[in-house]
Ligand binder design. Sequence first.
Ligand code: GTP
Ligand code: MG
Length: 245
Amino acid sequence: MSEKEEAEYLINIENNLVSREKIDIKDKNFEKVMFLYRAALKQLKTKIDILQEEMKLFSEYEPVEYVTMRIKKPENIIEKLNRKNLSLTYQNMFDEIEDIAGLRIVCNFKSDVYKLVDIISGFQDVRILTKKDYMKEPKSSGYRSYHIITEVPVNFSSGIMYVKVELQIRTLAMDFWASLEHKLKYKNQQISATDSKNLVKYAKVIDGIDESMLKISNNIENSNPKLIIEAAEEKVKAKKFNFKL
Ligand code: GTP
Ligand code: MG
């Protein structure tokens, strides 16, 4: 792409976002908008990767098991706009759908989830739009997780743009439940009342196991103050990053 083409390309993106133009998922404009979300996701993923490396290297603290990312399928974006009774415009897509780009951080213990929420909330350049603590208040399905809707800055040749990314932070145990529950419900929309009740019950059982694992971890920390987890806790708390080696 020539420089001139590239500049026009970005100007077009901006025009599309402010226009009331109808979404056409087969259109080039749709591809351009999706490019924005992919770019934002890459930016946030890089921030999380750097954070992970920093914590490992400087604090020997490794709370994250894995990170996954996904971009919502075009047909699901349309379905969601329809479900929300919104007209199918790029403007509505950009303003009203908060989970087109999604990043999930799966960590070890419940305490890690809150630590990560704190750290990410402190990122200077990432805007935090909303926080939902489904660990404190699980959904009626039994679902537990911590959700943050962020706006991530992305530098383009024509300037900076803030793009929404939904961040889900949960433990391995919560992820196990959510993944299976999603698969079971996806396969069978007409899940029976008994199965639904059982899913809620098992979510509670799994939460009990999460609590117990955290207790064991705390016991180990307390009996061995030199252990990495405690050392990390102190260092992670520090507000200013200290480059002393
Ligand atoms: P959506 O319209 O689905 O985006 O819901 P929302 O905008 O009210 O946001 P919410 O925070 O409730 O849920 C967003 C995302 O969390 C979903 O897209 C799922 O990934 C996940 N989620 C929410 N509830 C459940 C649940 O009961 N089971 C599972 N497996 N995942 C859930
Ligand atoms: Mg959502």
